[in-house]
Design a protein around this ligand. Sequence first.
Ligand code: N01
Length: 533
Amino acid sequence: MASDVGFEHVDVVVVGAGFAGLYAVHRLRELGFSVRAFEAGGDVGGTWYWNRYPGARCDIESLEYSYSFSPALQQEWVWSRRYPEQPEMLRYAQHVADRFALREAITFGTRVTSAEFDTDHWAIRTDAGHQIQTRFCVLATGCLSAAQIPEIAGRESFAGATYHTARWPQEGVDFAGQRVAVIGTGASGIQAVPLIAEQADHLTVFQRTANFSVAGSNEPLPRDEMRERQAHYAEFRERARRSFGGVLLRQNRVSALAVSEVERAAEFASRWGTGGFSFMAAFDDLIFDPAANEHAAEFVRQKIRDIVTDPATADLLTPRDHPIGTKRICVDSGYYATFNRNNVTLVDLRATPIERLTPGGLRVGGQEYAVDSIVFATGFDAMTGAVLRMDIRGRDARTIQEKWSGGPTTYLGLAVAGFPNLFLIAGPGSPSVISNAFLSIEQHVDWIGDCLVMMRDQGLATIEAEPEAEAAWVDHVNEVADRTLYVKADSWYLGANVPGKPRMFMPYIGGVSRYRKRCDAVAATDYEGFTTS
Ligand code: N01
């Protein structure tokens, strides 16, 4: 295949054509750079291309989860539901790609396999034989894109069909008449379970950790609400940029411990009624104070006991091993109530893990569960997986695997010392997965664009994070995380879901507003913490 692909020289290679890659292609071309992007999937959309499992939808409201860079795009795109479902998100990505003629810069169905730095450029290679010399490389590889299937003995022996929620077949799956197993009860499992239960003959859910979930009703978005937002988009976007997570939640500034029991219960009940992430904004200290958090956790535990009729099942579904919100809280539609159906069984893997897969199903605690299909809702090697699956070599041919052997270290989540002219979008060390992805993506791409323009204007060839600046930033990221309860949970934020992955809180939890100010200040002070040449 290499024969029909010659050497190419461009200013920027963008890896990935999800929402980060799409905006990077658009913005950098707009600034006059030549850009080439590669995307492993067959089309644009990233997360929203791959995650087609039943029930897949966003847990941030559609009025907030979209691009702000184009006022015209904001005026022409009309969301149909309060929480965008996967097909609508994918249509939005496709619309953006067409509207801004982005596909012409993207090669689909092609993975970047290696990137090697030499003097002042990167040599990029793909699995289709492309070889490209580029001055800059932008990794828009996604934080939840490297799907994880656990090593389970006998996996190859299973004779039925297996699926991962993040690699769902394009044509969909019909589970009618089947006995189905779902392994995993994170956000993906919790969204898929109610729908699979409606279709399958019997569904067995294999749970290792009980999870907190808050219902989020997904009614159609009223046209007048959409029009109202369109009339004031600029103002809302600006408020989101100045918020903590990039989402305009109704944040109560009061401590959960400063109000009476009756007031506390009323606030939680009101938030439960609203649904979604707003629950964790019920009080100001839920993510900092264990006693405050426990009140919120107990409210949800009681809801589970109220909803689930079988006390033993309710007990198993009740999370007790982590503070609420420290594993990303789930937003569901009827998850707990699904366990009242007589075609749904819950199996506890905490007491007895899966021993092995067999040709006919799974064996747990000496018992055989016969199934026709297995759905792995087992998550991702988050934030670093997609980067570490490539062979990236920086200065002195040092690999990224070696550099990050103790955990991902970055300067501002944007750059890595020893890897000049390489940028991450929403990388570890930035608000990323703990924020509204669109807002954080746009902020990073705009910052990178400005940086490249500065380099062009000043005739600079390289920019590289300084090791001291990187170390200080990593300390700051850890210090901020250590003030929260997040570090108490075995979550994917800490890499705890991947055997052998160094434990390190990866996103920056100091808030998008504070983070943006810091990035702007670095740019304004002649890129303090970076060395240029
Ligand atoms: O993945 P997860 P996910 N044996 O890692 C279990 C975003 N997202 O795809 O908790 C048995 O959360 C694992 O158990 P445990 C969102 O940010 C958003 O669901 O490690 N079980 C867990 O239950 C989310 O947080 C949306 O003990 C095993 C599950 O598999 C992130 O993506 C929708 C196992 C994995 O849960 C990831 O969510 C979907 C094993 N060997 C996703 N290995 C929305 O916008 C793992 N598990 C709503």
